[in-house]
Design a protein around this ligand. Structure first.
Ligand code: EPZ
Length: 420
């Protein structure tokens, strides 16, 4: 097990290049199961979650070649030998559930270990199953697994009670080979949904409306292989934007799609951060003026992303004034608050809201990372806390951020990784 040791650092300065999106590459890798032929995915981030997905696809029967020199992954699924995602892989990565839709579409069968909950919530999959049943799959749950089978999938009209990202992805990946047309309403609109739809359309699918709340999928008989470059990771982008703000630094972030981080840019500007968007990338200047408080409500895209809530809270703990943060997407995404308060922050949870009295001087101490983004938030707090902050359970962070320490050190952050 490793730990990060973070010392109070100078304002971050320099240039950082964003990697491919974790939450785009995982569904795209699952979608490669649908192709008769080889798929090459470029700019794939080097992450533990990507390694787990490679193992899962190999166990299903794909030949997976990772050429990390140019961050590409080649996936060839000649024949599926096991329509199963075993528990030992699913427990490492909930996103394993995303092979369910492609497996049913390709083979008519799928047996997936139930992903179970995690630190941020119960993470149910009822909407995934509702959509697959609507397409004609017979779905049974029992003994910690969900089993689905379908002789034929038939297009249907499906309304999602909540614009679930995973459910939208699973249903889309099943519907592309269904007979007839599927209309998915109240669909998730995240950029990762658009990237997946673009990948599927390159494979021969007929998807319209991805990125809006209504997606129309016209089933086709077969999909072929293709090449695709994954979009940059908007949450990694946001994390480095907040890093520049919290250290009152000045950094240029390259390989970004500024449209994908509009809500984060808007909130940083409300705090008094200067944001310069150019062809080179996005420059974040945190030392133009004293930063002030603002309020945050997390919402499905294009609202403020839940995956940026904890990182932004670290910033709000250090600026003048009081802020209110409301987490509307997950039911238990305040685990980082206890750890931030141990560092001297003044944050109170009141129902679904968190009230932050800012401007405290944070002090370094031992803290634990409870989930991927909470861990990142603690690193950000450690960069400006007096003294040393020791962050344990960093496997959460390394699941979702590639070259995390190297990128921060290149900007002047005092952070090292140690084995404990
Ligand atoms: C994806 O998770 C992301 N993961 C999450 O990123 C992200 O936080 C989340 O979308 C929201 O943007 C990947 O893409 C791999 P959801 P997902 O289904 O698909 C409820 C990170 O840090 N819900 O949109 O699991 C659910 O309980 C991770 O990178 C149901 O009620 O998210 C939650 O409250 C964390 N029934 C809400 O919807 C269902 O069937 C959002 O979940 C499915 C979901």
């Amino acid at each position: 097990m490793g730990k990060f040791i973070v010392e109070k650092s100078e304002p971050l300065n320099g240039v950082v290049e964003i990697s491919g999106s974790k939450n785009a590459v995982l569904p795209i890798m699952a979608a490669a199961l649908l192709a008769h032929g080889s798929c090459e995915i470029m700019e794939a981030p080097v992450l533990r979650d990507v390694d787990v997905m490679c193992k899962l696809l190999s166990s299903i029967g794909s030949k997976v070649k990772t050429k990390y020199e140019n961050n590409s992954i080649e996936i060839l699924t000649d024949n599926v030998i096991a329509e199963e995602a075993p528990y030992e892989l699913v427990k490492k990565m909930r996103a394993s559930i995303l092979v369910m839709g492609p497996l049913i579409a390709r083979t008519g069968k799928a047996k997936i270990a139930l992903p179970g909950g995690c630190a941020i919530g119960a993470r149910p999959i009822a909407l995934h199953l509702k959509g697959l049943r609507a397409l004609g799959a017979e779905v049974k749950e029992g003994h910690g697994y969900v089993e689905a089978k379908a002789d034929k999938l038939v297009g249907s009209n499906i309304y999602l009670d909540f614009p679930s990202v995973g459910a939208t992805e699973n249903i889309m990946m099943a519907a592309v080979l269904a007979e007839g047309v599927t209309i998915l309403e109240n669909a998730a609109q995240e950029p990762e949904i658009v990237d997946l739809a673009n990948f599927l359309n390159k494979m021969g699918a007929k998807i319209k409306g991805a990125g809006t709340d209504t997606i129309k999928i016209e089933g086709v008989s077969e999909l072929h292989g293709t090449k695709h470059t994954v979009i940059p990771d908007r949450i990694e982008t946001g994390t480095f934007m907040v890093a520049a703000a919290i250290t009152r630094g000045n950094i240029l972030i390259k390989n970004v799609v500024s449209d994908h981080v509009k809500p984060v840019i808007a909130k940083l500007k409300e705090c008094g951060v200067k944001v310069e968007d150019s062809d080179e990338g996005i420059r974040i200047i945190g030392n133009i003026r004293p930063l002030i408080a603002t309020d945050i409500k997390t919402l499905p895209y294009p609202g403020f992303p839940t995956d940026m809530q904890s990182q932004f809270m670290s910033l709000l703990a250090t600026v003048k004034g009081s802020s209110v943060v409301i987490e509307n997407v997950f039911e238990n995404r305040y685990m980082h608050i206890g750890e931030l308060n141990r560092m001297g922050a003044n944050i109170k949870i009141e129902g679904r809201s968190a009230v932050i009295q800012g401007e405290n001087i944070l002090q370094g101490t031992q803290v634990v990372s409870t989930d991927l983004r909470a861990g990142a938030a603690l690193v950000l707090a450690g960069l400006i806390a007096e003294g040393t902050t020791e962050i344990s359970d960093i496997y959460h962070i390394e699941r979702g951020y590639s070259d995390f320490v190297e990128k921060f050190r290149s900007l002047g952050a005092k952070i090292v990784r140690i084995e404990d």
